[in-house]
Design a protein around this ligand. Structure first.
Ligand SMILES: C[S@@+](CC[C@H](N)C(=O)[O-])C[C@H]1O[C@@H](n2cnc3c(N)ncnc32)[C@H](O)[C@@H]1O
Length: 198
């Protein structure tokens, strides 16, 4: 077996943590691969909220869920993930996925921005229910991504002092810094915002 890429591993690990009827969030919908995956996981009675700032990404993700016949489970918002709380209640979400960076072949102007990402991740900690999962794929192989990946990793590590369990997964021996997956489980006993101050 070839070791899975971080984006594949995120789905493998999340599959058993998402249940029929859950509310979940794809905070970087892009071409919709994670949106479709999440829509499969939540079943007939669940709900996926999908966010992206690019009109073309929303269009493409929408087409992917419709092609998978899952359109009725997904609510799309062309909006920054920093504003996710406008559409979800505190402590109501079972899992939130971030796949940072930019869509290959698309306008790199739409790459995720470190400050915005960290703000959105703080919002995510508030929206997740106790025991909920935060999954983040980082891309340190390009200059902006390297800074973002480093600060996101530091931020995720700091969640452990609030009782979170956090892990990092990465390929070894790559020529460029390899993409990696950070995955955190919110403390089952506590709930509340973990703030981010620049
Ligand atoms: C690596 S791509 C996501 C790929 C996607 N998960 C898929 O399966 O195709 C990153 C996406 O984040 C989006 N993005 C950048 N900044 C954002 C923001 N502030 N809020 C929401 N989405 C953002 C980009 O437009 C881009 O589509």
């Amino acid at each position: 077996m070839t070791p899975p890429r971080p984006t594949q591993l995120a789905q493998i690990l999340l599959r058993n943590s998402i249940h029929e009827g859950d509310i979940v969030i794809d905070s970087t919908a892009g071409n919709g691969h994670d949106t479709v995956f999440l829509a499969e996981c939540v079943g007939l009675n669940g709900r996926v909220l999908a966010f992206d700032i690019q009109e073309s990404a929303i269009r493409s993700a929408k087409a992917a869920v419709i092609a998978a016949n899952l359109g009725d489970r997904v609510e799309f918002h062309q909006l920054s993930h920093a504003k996710m709380a406008e559409h979800a209640e505190h402590g109501s979400v079972a899992a939130i996925m971030f796949n940072l960076g930019y869509l290959p072949g698309n306008d790199h102007h739409f790459t995720t921005q470190t400050e915005e990402t960290l703000t959105a991740m703080a919002v995510a900690t508030d929206l997740l229910k106790p025991g909920g999962i935060l999954s983040v794929v980082c891309y340190p192989g390009h200059p902006e991504g390297a800074v973002e990946a480093e600060l996101v990793e530091v931020w995720m590590s700091s969640l452990t002092s609030d009782g979170w369990c956090v892990a990092k997964y990465a390929m070894l021996g790559t020529r460029k810094p390899a993409p990696f997956l950070l995955m955190g489980r919110k403390d089952g006993l506590k709930s509340g915002t973990t703030s981010y101050s620049p």
